[in-house]
Design a protein around this ligand. Structure first.
Ligand code: ADP
Ligand code: MG
Length: 335
């Protein structure tokens, strides 16, 4: 089957790029439209049972929460403020009304958390449970897009990395025990991701040159920034804000900690590039805005033919091509 990015490439002729009142078209975290002098951003994400969540790991409230949170994260990744959500519900026959209510309670809770309102939707019968949430937000100007990174900028990670992937790795290894507080904390990152909306606003106000949220993994998402901006990045493993408990989980599950921190998506950390002179101060301010760890993790460089776009200097020496090495390749390396 054609990969997601190849598919989107094939669809590009049918999609609008920026122009006139469309300030940002397809290819960023959200589209941005100018309406009577104000900028509005819009984004949609679909969660499907057994693809994005499992009933044995997440409650219906958790799924509802996550469906809203992942969209708020895309708004945060433009430096915007979520305002309103609508939901498309695919309901399998036999799904009890009580469970649908639980799903909506979770969406409502997330909406209260990030100050948006659930303003309607659509319900259809379907084979599998799927929840599609569209969020509209406000943003200043065009928002912070993926294409503004320049050589000499610093690379920032705002928010801890690897916790959600660690929970799933422990589960795959048959070692996840939600009764153990450490495992429960990792699982909470998978069940109830946080959207770093306040941090995104700080990054926008402080002049971030590029911004994206980490939904596919640090390597893949910084790869998007590199392609859009025509740059490369060099990162240091020792500087990554790896979430508490992830290194221990990697040991227990028998996987590389970098696989969890950089290969697993769903951290919903914000990845930003900023002029280097103020990078440490901006990282501290953005982290403080949402009460999360933040760090300057590397630098933007001009691309060099034949060298990887996203290169991680390992703590033990050597380096790893993060954009090309998804977790399948990590497994090969481990073997
Ligand atoms: P994110 O992880 O930030 O939600 P995605 O990886 O889902 O972003 O999408 C990347 C870009 O491709 C976005 O600009 C999105 O609008 C666009 N895109 C993804 N899927 C489709 C699709 N089926 N049709 C049109 N555009 C799409
Ligand atoms: Mg995104």
């Amino acid at each position: 089957m054609t990969g997601e990015f190849e598919l989107i490439g094939r669809l590009a002729p049918f999609l609008a790029s920026s122009g006139e009142d469309l300030l940002v078209g397809h290819g960023d975290d959200a589209a941005v439209l100018e309406v009577e002098g104000r900028s509005v951003c819009v984004t949609v994400d679909v969660l499907v049972e057994d693809v994005h969540f499992r009933a044995d790991l997440s409650s219906f409230q958790d799924v509802g929460w996550k469906a809203v949170a992942v969209n708020c994260s895309d708004v945060a990744a433009m430096g915007g403020r979520p305002a309103v959500a609508v939901v498309g519900l695919c309901r399998p026959p036999g799904m009890p009304v009580d469970d649908v209510e639980r799903l909506y309670a979770g969406m409502h809770e997330a909406c209260e958390t990030w100050g948006l309102r659930l303003a309607g939707g659509d319900t259809v019968r379907a084979e599998a449970l799927a929840v599609s949430v569209t969020v509209i937000g406000e943003v200043d100007g065009s928002g912070i897009t993926r294409d503004g990174a320049r050589p000499g900028d610093a690379v920032l990670v705002v928010g801890p990395l690897g916790a959600a992937a660690a929970a799933l790795a422990l589960d795959r290894a048959g070692l996840l025990d939600p009764e153990v507080p450490g495992d429960a904390a990792l699982l909470a990152a998978h069940r109830r991701p946080r959207a770093l909306v306040a941090a995104g606003s700080v990054l926008a106000a402080e002049g971030a040159s590029a911004l994206i949220d980490c939904s596919d993994g640090l390597g893949a998402d910084l790869g998007h920034v590199c392609r859009a901006s025509g740059v490369a990045v060099r990162l240091d493993e020792t500087r990554l804000p790896v979430a508490p408990g992830v290194a221990e989980a990697a040991l227990r599950a028998g996987v590389d900690v970098v696989e969890l921190a950089c290969g697993g998506g769903e951290d919903f950390a914000l990845l930003a590039t900023v002029p280097v002179a103020r990078a440490e101060a901006v990282a501290a301010a953005a982290g403080a805005a949402d009460g999360v760890d933040a760090a300057v993790v590397g630098e933007v460089v001009a691309p060099v033919a034949g060298t990887p776009d996203v290169l991680l200097r390992r703590s033990g020496g050597g380096s790893l091509d993060l954009a090309r090495h998804g977790h399948d390749h990590f497994r090969e390396d481990d073997a």
